[in-house]
Design a protein. Structure first.
Length: 347
């Protein structure tokens, strides 16, 4: 399953590859359902900076050892444009800190805000052309610089293409507020490439009591013993109808922009010891919202590889990378673990 295991030191695919010295190969990253043509992928790239795996035997995860710009060079020079359905970017947040944990470290210290924001803009500006017309760019950030990132993203992607600000709300230790109230959310800004992009609706389950409490209406029971409440067709319309509670509960509720998902605590099984590791549940939800099975996703600063794990688990293909060797080995380890669990399931 693993095509190549050496990352090597071959930096020949740095920015110069944009200059056109490398012959362009029109590989396809697109799944059949979107392109309508047969070539699903892929293995046109033989860079020593890539490890290519197929943990479930069907979908592909490509791990690139190098900076986000090098990854972009690689995608531009090896594949036709417009083949990525989702770019998820979780950059350092401008915390001014050196992030450290048992299995990795990376710096988030910058000379000043404008240097950081130039860096943000330089990346986003290059990525739009890689997206499919119905693709999405999602930038994950927090209060440190999120408001500036929103403005930069609007300038690059178009204000009209901004779709949502998703709030990832989580629990954790809380201090009594003195200088600042506890900040317990991150922000995910979602831009579509064009009007052609549509989400794939997600519904959260209701439990019966939660539904009834939310509706604040008396519950009736029909002749067959089924519970129902009155529904109304909206303002100005007197027409009332029955809503059967079992049906409403099984339909679930369409999600909104606040996602309550626990952070990975110190004893979580999922925890791999990389600083700022995000939960698979968060990425799975985002992937299901923005992409279809077999689509391609790119995470240019993938850290411990959460996006890769979620993508393969959800039946997508994924290209991910990082410039930190500690991140690379964790990513590879997590995908190997997925392969092992898949083998256990299938044999
Ligand atoms: C916030 S962390 C990503 C965490 C990841 N989402 C996870 O769940 O583990 C940001 C990552 O960006 C990487 N990084 C910083 N600058 C980079 C660059 N220029 N190119 C590639 N990766 C970079 C860091 O090494 C770090 O792993």
């Amino acid at each position: 399953m693993q095509e190549q295991i050496e990352f090597g030191n071959n930096k020949s695919e740095s920015h110069q590859s944009n200059a056109g010295s490398e012959p362009r190969q029109e590989g396809s990253l697109v799944g059949q359902h979107r392109a309508g043509v047969g070539r699903v992928l892929s293995d046109v790239d033989s860079s020593s900076q890539i490890v290519s795996l197929s943990p479930d035997g069907t979908h592909i995860a490509k791990i690139y050892h190098g900076s986000a710009h090098e990854q972009c060079d690689h995608l531009e020079s090896h594949y036709a444009p417009q083949q990525i359905s989702l770019i998820y970017w979780d950059p350092p947040f401008f915390t001014g800190r050196q992030h450290e944990a048992e299995q990795g470290a990376f710096s988030d210290a910058w000379p000043d805000l404008s240097t950081y924001l130039d860096w943000i803009r330089n990346h986003i500006e290059r990525w739009r052309s890689l997206l499919t017309d119905d693709g999405f760019l999602v930038v994950h950030c927090d209060w440190h610089a999120g408001h500036y990132i929103k403005v930069i993203g609007d300038m690059v992607m178009g204000w009209d293409n901004f779709r949502n600000e998703i709030v990832w709300h989580y629990t954790g230790r809380r201090q009594p507020a003195r200088l600042r109230v506890n900040a317990k959310h991150d922000t995910l800004f979602v831009w579509a490439k064009t009007d052609a992009a549509t989400f794939f609706p997600i519904f959260d389950p209701y439990d019966r009591d939660g539904y009834v409490n939310m509706k604040k209406q008396p519950v009736h029971i029909d002749e067959d013993g089924r519970e129902w409440i009155w529904g109304h067709r909206g303002k100005g319309q007197s027409h009332a109808y029955r809503i059967y509670i079992d049906e409403a509960v099984s339909r679930g509720k369409a999600i909104d922009t606040v996602w309550d998902i626990p952070i990975i605590n110190t004893t979580a099984k999922e925890r791999v010891g990389y600083p700022t590791q995000k939960p698979v549940q968060l990425l799975s939800r985002l992937i299901n919202l923005c992409t279809e099975p077999n689509d391609w996703i790119w995470d240019p600063m993938a850290g411990s590889g959460t996006t890769l794990v979620a993508a393969i688990t959800e039946g997508r293909n994924v290209f991910g990378g990082d410039n930190n060797p500690q991140a690379l080995s964790l990513m590879q380890q997590r995908l190997n673990d997925l392969s092992a669990s898949h083998r256990q399931l299938t044999f």
